[in-house]
Design a protein around this ligand. Structure first.
Ligand code: GRG
Length: 298
């Protein structure tokens, strides 16, 4: 097992109970159907890469998470907030009016299982739960800007904006500049927010936050290009989601083909690796995460 595999196995063991606890917060309420739907996508697996990026950058800043990883619950809860935003975006992205996807994380998409109206409500509930959790983290209180940092990554200048351009861009306008813009907003922005929040939780300075941000921008863009590559080359059973979804989307693969897109992805990962190597701690794992993104099959 590589260092990263061992880290991710350990991370998910610590992360899952915090995620489950967040999702169970309203279990006493009288909306059991909604609560079941709320838990469906976040509880259904997923690689948890974004919260891991957050924790690693927190540790890079020299946080009190020790080598034996005596868990700092704030770091995990901030990761849960990021994962819930991610889940919310998956539920929305899968809707009939967007990707019209049937399969996600190896099972039916939220709207297929629970109906479209419930899926829309669930996405909203996951999103506000993310901000509820983030706003409760004491370690962020003196800075006050954790919530707006995440909000900016989600809103018009982030995921919502990226998705909107992706859905409405004319074919003729799908040049590389537009593609990069879309990918950075709809996918990269959340990676960047995760890395920035990690550094802040670890007490790192602005210089380290910039380094983390640059790492995450390149990793996030590469992650999306890999996603597009897998949409063409991957299998539904291994990915646990629909493939061939991207015909309607602006992608590097559609524009440049598999080989050139793969090269661009590798260059972005090389640049992210260079940033990782400058991290005061956890550089090795952050660099291994770049290899993981480049070689992932699901
Ligand atoms: C959340 C308000 C709000 C809006 C979202 C739908 C939308 C607006 C944006 C699209 C974002 C999106 C789904 C981008 C694709 C990102 C991507 C590569 C997803 C796959 O991520 P993985 O591979 O999936 O990490 P797992 O299942 O492993 O977590």
């Amino acid at each position: 097992m590589s260092g990263l595999d061992a880290y991710l196995a350990d991370f998910t063991q610590r992360f899952e109970p915090r995620l489950q606890a967040a999702l169970a917060r309203r279990d006493h309420d009288y909306t059991p159907d909604l609560l079941k739907a709320l838990k469906w996508t976040p509880g259904g697996g997923g690689k948890r890469v974004r919260p891991a990026v957050l924790e690693l950058w927190c540790e890079a800043a020299g946080s009190d998470v020790t080598d034996s990883r005596v868990t700092n619950p704030s770091v995990l809860d901030a990761g849960v907030a990021i994962e819930l935003v991610h889940s919310s975006s998956l539920v929305l992205d899968d809707l009939p009016s967007m990707d019209d996807a049937r399969l996600r994380r190896g099972r039916a998409t939220c709207h297929v299982e629970f109906g479209e109206a419930t899926a829309i409500l669930v996405a909203q509930a996951q999103l506000v739960l993310a901000f509820e959790l983030l706003g409760e983290i004491d370690a962020f209180r003196p800075q006050l800007d954790a919530v707006p940092t995440l909000a900016r990554a989600v809103g018009v200048a982030g995921m919502v904006g990226g998705q909107h351009v992706d859905l409405h861009l004319e074919d003729g306008a799908r040049d590389l500049k537009a593609l990069e813009y879309i990918h950075r907003l709809k996918t990269g922005a959340l990676f960047e927010a995760a890395a920035r929040l990690g550094v802040r939780l670890g007490g790192g300075d602005e210089e380290l936050e910039d380094l983390a941000s640059s790492y995450a921008r390149n990793l996030g863009l590469a992650f999306q290009i890999k996603d597009d590559l897998l949409d063409v080359t991957g299998s539904e059973s291994e990915l646990g989601k629909d493939v061939g979804q991207d015909k309607e989307h602006a992608t590097f693969v559609g524009q440049l083909g598999l080989a050139e897109s793969g090269e661009i992805m590798q260059r972005l990962l090389d640049t992210a690796r260079e940033s990782a190597q400058l991290a005061p701690q956890r550089g090795q794992l952050l660099a291994e995460l770049c290899d993981f993104v480049g070689s992932r099959t699901k």
